[in-house]
Design a binder for this molecule. Sequence first.
Ligand code: GTP
Ligand code: MG
Length: 275
Amino acid sequence: FFRAVASPPSSNFLLLGPSGSGKTAFTTLLEAKSSPASKKTHNTHTSQTSTFVSVSLPPSVPTASNRYRSINDPSLKEASRNPVRYRVKDTPGHGKLRASQGIATLQTMAISNDTSTKIRGLIFMVDTAALVDETVLRDTATYLHDVLLVLQKRELKKSSAKRSIGVPVLLAANKQDLFTALPPGSVRDKLETEIDRIRKSKTKGLLDASADAGLDTEEEEILGNDDGQGVFNFKLLEEEVGVKVEVVGGAIKGDSEDEFGSGVRRWEEWIGMCL
Ligand code: GTP
Ligand code: MG
């Protein structure tokens, strides 16, 4: 379908994830990079409300519409004068605020057909140094499970013809600068295993409840939309439901323009591919 070259400022990205994972630090960094004049300091306080910021993509980051352009392409010059803008919604990750803010925002944005509020992509931020802690892992996986279930329900409500364009999910494996950080592949494995556990206990609960009521279980309530008997992984979610989760490592601390493959560059590339 048709896509304008300069994407409207209404390309929205929703930022979710547990408290302390680095959502506000990321938002602040994007703002600082978009307008180098404003030297904002990173807000390291626990957020209690959501904020919406308008930022721009570095001109060297390709977007889906211009990915085949060469370095000599005049449109690259054009891009540095007129950078692609998008908006990021930072939400508070504290457990008590998730239902009323993160999940609630996701629900309204995900069902919205209005271009000013609908989401292009969802970024779920994870502190990869904290995941070794069982409690943090369980909490993170529970939040991610609930978020993915919202997206799954949205996909399954669509007619099958429309089902190929689910909201893409970036699992931003943050804090890779710390030596205690788990590598992205291991973050993925841990979260898949933990989500599988959550899914199994939920399936059992639903089966018991529906057996009591003499009803069939609703498969769409089970993440992965299978019978919940197999093993959960993100590939299953992509194949069964059309929700694609990509795990990409990065670090907000130490982001630098000239170091390719480090910092937040690869997350910006993911964002670019959604634009
Ligand atoms: P809530 O608002 O409570 O949901 O948390 P948040 O996700 O907004 O976390 P925030 O951005 O406030 O970051 C929490 C802490 O992690 C801060 O002290 C940041 O400086 C730190 N932090 C964020 N990103 C990185 C990173 O890449 N590396 C390191 N070492 N620390 C980071
Ligand atoms: Mg915050």
